[in-house]
Design a protein around this ligand. Sequence first.
Ligand SMILES: N[C@@H](CCC(=O)N[C@@H](CS)C(=O)NCC(=O)O)C(=O)O
Length: 205
Amino acid sequence: MLKLYDLHRSGNCYKIRLLLSLIDLEYDKVSVNANAGENKAPEFLKLNPRGQLPVLVDDGRVLWDSTAILVYLAGTYGKGSWLPEDNYELAQVMQWLALEQNEGRYGLARARAIVLGNPTPFARLGNLEECKTLAYVALEVLESRLETQPWLVGAQMTIADVACYPYVALAREGDIDASQFHSVGEWLGRIEALSNYIPLPKAGD
Ligand SMILES: N[C@@H](CCC(=O)N[C@@H](CS)C(=O)NCC(=O)O)C(=O)O
């Protein structure tokens, strides 16, 4: 059985919960209390020396970082969907994963962590105005892509969409107004209409 070490409020953990639901995979969830520092305890650091969530364990095989976990789950359990086989499309997925882990993480996600007052070094290191600048870059780049196609890569949803979705959908919690990005709004709606969609964490979770 797959085991997910999870932090409920985390968009990075939500990405994994969303893909697990979309693929319809059962898993055990272990909630880690980051407020109490459980993610920095020696036992947890053996799983992830970065002391971060999410972590996935599949039959003794440990993986940390949401991007790596998405690639693993899609490739292992995705039945040919979610991660394209064509090299150009695969590289495009990597391109959007990179946007998500740069402008997304240090823009959208960090703005949210600062505004919500998350008690982590990640939130404390940030400057809200810089985060907002990066966040709007991410939104503009996504908008320019989604103006011309329904999904970020190819003709169907991939882990690029799964990865980029949470912190865009949660942008308002970082005091970022995404309403001017109409194609992004329609893309959020397409994801939220999927039958195995699961709700985002709520502020205060
Ligand atoms: N690049 C990593 C980032 C992971 C990350 O920042 N996790 C946060 C939750 S969203 C965390 O564990 N924060 C607690 C801490 O750093 O103490 C990923 O995508 O998994």
